[in-house]
Design a protein around this ligand. Sequence first.
Ligand code: ZN
Length: 288
Amino acid sequence: MQIKNHKLVGARWDKARNIYGKITPEIIVVHDTASRLEKFNAANYLRDNKRGVSVQFVVETDGTITQQVPTNRRAGHAGKSTYHGLGDVNGFSIGIEIVNPGKMTRVDDEIARAWFGQIFKIKDYKIEEITTDEHGHGLWMPYTEEQITAVLAICEACFEYYPSLMDVQPHWYISPGRKIDTNPLFPLEQIRSQILGREDPADLALGSFVDDEYSPESMTTIFTPGSSLNMRRWPSFNPNVIATIPHNAIVPILEAGEFDDRKWAKVLFGGQEGWVVAKYTTEAQDFS
Ligand SMILES: [Zn+2]
């Protein structure tokens, strides 16, 4: 199986433990490693341990993917779990473990501590304090853009290869009350809508607001003197930058709208569609 724009390290299942019988995958389950961030630290553990734990894919913070169990073989990633009434989700799922420290606690204004004792500067890692019904209260580290891109690439490749696949869900969804990964900062609905081909939540939100300043297919000039502008997969500041647009570039506007009290414009740049913060765009004719 080819994963777009990613070279697999491995596949490293030749000497891996805990690879079980044949499966037909029906869902993808995404996880946090709840581990140290050092490259291959979690992957090595998940590849070779005596606890029966294993997973098909591990995604490092730099986006490196290791495949450690074939996608048509059972791994040990979900444990006790149920999906829409069906138990034993390992028997019909592909697991993706994303390297992340998991739930953290606050030490003081500047420091968060992971369960394994390591401390992280809240500002450096953009750690956020969030409470949800599924996760409870905690401090959480956002996933890197490279990780989100890699997870999307794995999901796209698997869905293309297996017509049997029909859903992407986090571990907490199939093991409620027992598991809280992935964390609240995971862009779950965006990834599900992209992979499952449903309406993009941003497009749905757009229905209630259309900005009169922009007519579809007008042109705009990017205005970020001395800098460049991040183009994002979705109109939010989650890790989702897909390109940077240079100052003074002229690009077509596809649509525009307001999300979280901020105006965004969807533009076409470098063959990709993406969202930019609208205040950094100026009507192109101003410069003609
Ligand atoms: Zn998990």
